[in-house]
Write a protein that binds this ligand. Structure first.
Ligand code: SF4
Ligand code: SF4
Length: 299
């Protein structure tokens, strides 16, 4: 089974639009949206949710009011200001935990003299399995202020793999998160190809370099696509030169196309919305990816 992840140094580079296009070309695959902080691939795939699963990302402290003797020890120890207190006329009346601030470190629990604190699994988000015209699709939503996105990405990938194995699919296409943080690391580990989408700007070049450092560290084959390259030909050339020097293949340069916005508004993968020069470019990108996968051999 092969896995391809589409990533970019920052959001808004056209990553999701391209993922939807690649998903519509390829057969026999499962699609996964690992951009858990801003999952929006479902919009272009027109999904129908089949299953919903709760995601428990971590633990939060909770106080048993019956046992608590209001000693205030936990209040003094919590470094995240997650333990609050209600006072009545200056007298400490009630200690409680602010779930949003609690980081689940457990310090309060270990230090409570009467074992009044428990660590409980906390609901951090939801994971969905959907059917789409293009195949089974796995995505998720992280709850507000939740920070377990790396763990949720791993859950999505695990579920996508299970489905692919069960249904005899030989490819997983992943819409990865932007940036270089924990969710990206969770998205790229063990994949066969990382497609890095960049734009012809100084920050685009900078972000691409950082992303390449990450993929190199995890020994993942990287290929680059320059989106809207014609908006700054000089910078596009600079990106190409850098990639050439680093022996990274630039497998496509896509021009700015105002029809892309129209296709998003109509909730259709761009290559199904229109046939033009841009769709030809995206097709040729897919052919290069297929060729690379054949080179890698296996199933
Ligand atoms: S340390 Fe335990 S007993 Fe003391 S205030 Fe906190 S929960 Fe209550
Ligand atoms: S688990 Fe850690 S962060 Fe949460 S309330 Fe206890 S000490 Fe504070």
């Amino acid at each position: 089974m092969r896995e391809i992840v589409i990533i970019s140094g920052k959001g808004g580079t056209g990553k999701t639009v391209l993922t939807a296009c690649l998903a519509s070309f390829s057969d026999n695959k499962v699609i996964a949206d690992c951009d858990v902080d801003a999952a929006n691939l479902y919009i272009l795939l027109n999904n129908k949710i089949l299953e919903k699963h709760d995601f428990y990302g971590g633990k939060k402290a909770s106080i048993d009011k019956e046992k608590c003797i209001n000693c205030g020890k936990c209040l003094a120890l919590c470094k995240f200001n997650a333990i609050k207190v209600k006072k009545d006329n200056g007298v400490l009346e009630k200690i409680f935990i602010d779930e949003i601030s609690c980081e689940g470190c457990g310090v309060c629990r270990w230090n409570c003299p009467v074992e009044a604190i428990k660590m409980e699994k906390s609901l951090s988000g939801e994971l969905y399995i959907s059917e789409t015209k293009y195949g089974i699709f796995v995505h998720a939503k992280l709850g507000i202020a939740e920070e377990n996105s790396g763990k949720l990405v791993s859950e999505i990938r695990k579920k996508a793999k299970e489905i692919a194995k069960g249904k005899n699919k030989n490819l997983i296409i992943i819409d990865g998160p932007p940036g270089i943080g924990c969710p990206v690391i969770a998205s790229i580990g063990g994949v066969d190809i990382a497609l890095i989408i960049t734009e012809p700007t100084l920050s685009g070049l900078h972000d691409m370099k950082r992303t390449l450092q990450l993929t190199e560290h995890f020994k993942v084959k990287s290929m680059v696509i320059i989106n809207k390259f014609d908006l700054n030909l000089e910078m596009a050339e600079e990106i190409e030169k850098y990639c050439e020097k680093e022996k990274i293949e630039v497998i496509g340069k896509i021009s700015f196309d105002e029809k892309v916005i129209e296709s998003v508004v109509k909730r259709v993968p761009f290559v199904e919305y229109i046939e033009n020069e841009t769709t030809e470019k995206i097709k040729s990108i897919w052919e290069k990816i297929e060729k690379e996968m054949k080179k890698k051999g296996g199933d």
